[in-house]
Ligand binder design. Structure first.
Ligand SMILES: Cc1cc2nc3c(=O)[nH]c(=O)nc-3n(C[C@H](O)[C@H](O)[C@H](O)COP(=O)(O)O)c2cc1C
Length: 164
């Protein structure tokens, strides 16, 4: 069986995920990127991973800054996900176009207002894997808020339904 990228994407689209914004401070400017290739890795130490395409700007920023935030989106933050996945975006338009507002944590990382949870991440290691890099990071702090998550399933945004 010879598998192509379209079939692979279709299969992976069956794996429902949350949606995050990976945020980096670039000397006072917030750079954000929508990412759902995000997972928990280890409890001791506390590690997470995010897979980032080599062709993105975020890829270079994570290597350079070695510190980033992961903002887990609420179900009313779809415009923010759309904004930060648009390669044409201008970061200074984030609040006007998508309602995205950030504050700086004590580590100097941008934290998105209104998200369901925030993880303060310090780069632990980076592993090249095909056309992506797996960035593994130690989680130094978290903020958890009330609300429901924004979900992504089969290429569409969703809300949590009934419990099963
Ligand atoms: C729901 C969703 C999830 C995404 N997840 C990822 C991801 O996990 N890794 C990645 O490299 N790109 C992902 N992308 C694509 C990036 O958000 C997109 O390429 C972005 O424009 C890159 O920005 P940058 O070049 O400024 O870093 C995702 C896009 C969407 C809509």
């Amino acid at each position: 069986m010879s598998l192509n990228q379209q079939e692979f994407r279709k299969a992976m689209g069956c794996f429902a995920t949350g949606v995050t914004i990976v945020s980096v401070d670039l000397d006072g400017e917030v750079h954000g990127m929508t990412a759902n290739a995000f997972a928990s890795v280890s409890l001791d130490p506390l590690l997470v991973l995010v897979c980032v395409d080599h062709s993105t700007k975020t890829h270079a920023h994570l290597h350079a800054k070695k510190r980033f935030g992961v903002n887990i989106l609420c179900d009313d933050q779809r415009p923010i996900s759309e904004f930060y996945s648009n390669p044409e975006r201008r970061h200074e338009r984030a609040e006007a176009e998508a309602g995205a507002r950030f504050e700086c944590t004590r580590h100097g990382t941008p934290m998105l207002h209104g998200s369901l949870a925030y993880l303060e991440c310090r780069l632990h290691s980076a592993q090249n894997a095909g056309d992506h890099t797996i960035f593994i990071a130690e989680v130094e702090d978290v903020v958890v808020n009330d609300g429901d998550p924004l979900l992504y399933f089969q290429g569409k945004y969703r809300r949590v339904g009934e419990q099963v």
